[in-house]
Design a protein around this ligand. Structure first.
Ligand code: ATP
Ligand code: MG
Length: 257
């Protein structure tokens, strides 16, 4: 049974892409068939994993709004079993172009239906907004995963996100679940981390991942080399954390089957 997981938070720079990319890579390394979908016009997941988005003539935009299918645009990556649906510059117009389309919230869902059973996990990286691209990511998903940066204003905007999720559940996707929140960029010297955790617990009792992603310079450097942390610094703390997160997610999703 395959799971479609959207990584969302309309707050910018909280670790969505870092989490989507490295989680996808480790899920594949652990033996799963994984599809990473780059739904962000910034194309950070695409370039961060070593695909030159300027040379992509068909990506997620051409699947959602053009004649291509997911199978036609999927690119194979290392480790074996990992593929990506890349983003390219055309995606920048999608939030506006989708407005006038039929089934505008279901475009991604409809396209993923066709390939869903080729994969164990489909991981969607969302842009930092609650526009139609993110809504497409939510409607397509079985579950959502919310990275939360360990900092003072971390919880700001979370209410708005949960409101949007509730509306999507009510009107578009009744069986959308919140898989959980993941704390990212945790700094041991930062006294706020405990407070962030306690606050977060009020929003997500029993839904905070045990794995905490540390602030780690290798995680920040890896995308500039077009590498995941598995290829850039496989024995470092960042890599260990994302491997643990992948295992924890597998454990969770197995229990929920
Ligand atoms: P956006 O909202 O723009 O899509 P995002 O939520 O996808 O951003 P990332 O791009 O993953 O966030 O991370 C923001 C920045 O922080 C990037 O430069 C990234 O390399 C860096 N970063 C992410 N996670 C970590 C970490 N655990 N330790 C250190 N740096 C990190
Ligand atoms: Mg991003």
């Amino acid at each position: 049974m395959s799971r479609i997981i959207s990584v969302v938070n309309q707050k910018g720079g909280v670790g969505k892409t870092t989490t989507a990319v490295n989680l996808a890579v480790y899920l594949a390394k652990l033996g799963n068939f994984v599809l990473l979908v780059d739904l962000d016009p910034q194309a950070n997941a695409t370039s961060g994993i070593g695909v030159d988005h300027k040379n992509i003539n068909a990506g997620v935009y051409e699947v959602m709004l053009g004649p291509y299918s997911m199978r036609q645009v999927a690119l194979s990556l290392d480790p074996l079993g990992l593929k990506i649906i890349p983003a390219n510059q055309n995606l920048a117009g999608a939030n506006i172009e989708l407005v006038s389309q039929a089934e505008r919230e279901h475009r991604l869902y409809n396209e993923l239906l066709e390939v869903k059973h080729d994969y164990d996990y489909i991981i969607i990286d969302s842009p930092p907004s609650l526009g139609l691209l993110t809504i497409n990511g939510l409607v397509a998903a079985d579950e959502i995963l919310i990275p939360v940066q360990c900092e003072y204003f971390a919880l700001e905007g979370l209410g708005q996100l949960l409101n949007t999720v509730a509306l999507v559940k009510q009107y578009l996707k009744p069986n959308l679940n919140i898989l959980g929140a993941v704390m990212t960029m945790f700094d041991e010297r930062n006294k706020l981390a405990k407070e962030v955790f306690n606050e977060l617990y009020r929003y997500f009792p029993n839904k905070i991942f045990r794995t905490v992603i540390p602030r780690n310079s290798k995680l920040a450097e890896a995308p500039s080399f077009g590498k995941s942390i598995l290829h850039y610094d496989p024995s470092g703390r960042g890599a260990k954390a994302y491997e643990r997160l992948a295992k924890e997610l597998m454990e969770y999703t197995r229990l929920k089957k």
